[in-house]
Design a binder for this molecule. Structure first.
Ligand SMILES: [Zn+2]
Length: 347
């Protein structure tokens, strides 16, 4: 029956059918689906943050065939393997070849959508399905606002070290002592684990406020009127270039992502040593990541407050600050733009 209909007609039927139901549905154009699908192959599990009134909530997305399952991170942390999917998106690619569309529908926990509907800032209409679809659009946004987390493979030594660092972080010990190198551990491993973790966290912090940091609001990557950062790399910008903050951030995150996924710089295989210049590379990464804090604190502090994320950002900053100080990884001069604030919050 569907075979005789055009893509547009199928789209209308699909929309009419689901419009009255409280669910998530979509008719995804082929190109969009291919993009999503390619991303799913390289990154079947990912984390996304949905802003809530009191901060934001993390959701883990996981692909199984053409199904995309979502569960709040807290469920996985508390229930482990037994955590149930709160939202499952079913994709039907059968019509892709012939009609250029992929139909999607969902099954969900009723509480899941209510929460999103009440607090999702992207809510444009009265129907929760629209709000959810917009939230998901953010997840798949082309600009990579939310990048997949770099993960440590379970079973490897570095994964164990990461778990150890996470456990002491949650134990309530003060941040100044949790950054110290545990006895018997290799310093490069310890630094590697922290660099990756800080990249994931700072990237997420910037990602949650990225829409407030635009070419118009921030035409120059700066930290107040006194500090301006120029971008330089070994590709397009061989000379320091004056760029907008969002452009600078995108290049910065891409550059770090490239390094931490480079086996020659961040080896993951057992027995493969770190390169000789490893700490220098990490110094550069951390110095540049510090600038994200500078920009966010000085130019977007109101966004941090309005998202209720102040405590979260401060904790991440403090942890980062104690870490770089413990191993003298970032030059004192770089820390200058936030010196006053640092003196206030890092006793
Ligand atoms: Zn900005």
């Amino acid at each position: 029956m569907v075979k005789d209909k055009t893509a547009e007609e199928i789209k209308q039927i699909w929309q009419q059918y689901f419009a009255a139901k409280d669910t998530v549905y979509a008719v995804i154009p082929e190109e969009k689906f291919d993009l999503i699908w390619n991303r799913a192959q390289s990154c079947p599990t990912f984390l996304c943050a949905l802003p809530r009134r009191e901060g934001y909530e993390f959701f883990v997305g996981q692909w199984t065939g053409a199904e995309l399952h979502f569960t709040a991170l807290i469920n996985i942390q508390t229930r482990g393997e037994a955590a149930a999917s709160q939202l499952i998106l079913y994709h039907y690619p059968e019509l892709k070849e012939e009609k250029g569309i992929v139909l999607m529908t969902a099954e969900m926990d009723s509480t899941f959508l209510q929460g999103i509907h009440r607090s999702c800032p992207w809510t444009l209409g009265p129907r929760p399905s629209l709000a959810m679809a917009l939230c998901l659009k953010q997840v798949f946004a082309k600009d990579k606002t939310f990048r997949p987390r770099k993960r440590f493979e379970p079973g490897t030594q570095r994964f164990e070290l990461y778990k150890k660092a996470q456990a002491s972080l949650k134990s309530g010990l003060d941040l100044r002592s949790v950054v110290r190198l545990p006895p018997g551990e290799n310093i490069d491993d310890w630094i590697a684990v922290h660099v990756v973790d800080f990249f994931n966290r700072i990237n997420l912090i910037y990602g949650t406020m990225a829409e407030r940091c635009s070419e118009t609001s921030c035409p120059v990557m700066a930290g107040g009127p006194r500090y301006e950062y120029r971008w330089q790399d070994e590709r397009q910008y061989r000379r320091p270039a004056k760029l907008s903050a969002p452009r600078y951030m995108a290049l910065l995150m891409d550059w770090i992502e490239g390094l931490i996924n480079d086996e020659d710089v961040f080896p993951t295989r057992i027995g493969v040593p770190f390169p000789r210049n490893f700490q220098q590379v990490c110094t550069k990464i951390l110095t540049r990541l510090f600038r994200v804090f500078v920009h966010v604190y000085i130019h977007h502090f109101d966004s941090i407050l309005s998202m209720g994320a102040e405590a979260h950002v401060n904790t991440c900053y403090k942890h980062f600050y104690y870490f770089i100080r413990e191993f003298s990884l970032v030059d004192q001069r770089e820390l200058e733009p936030l010196r006053e604030m640092t003196e206030r919050i890092c006793h």
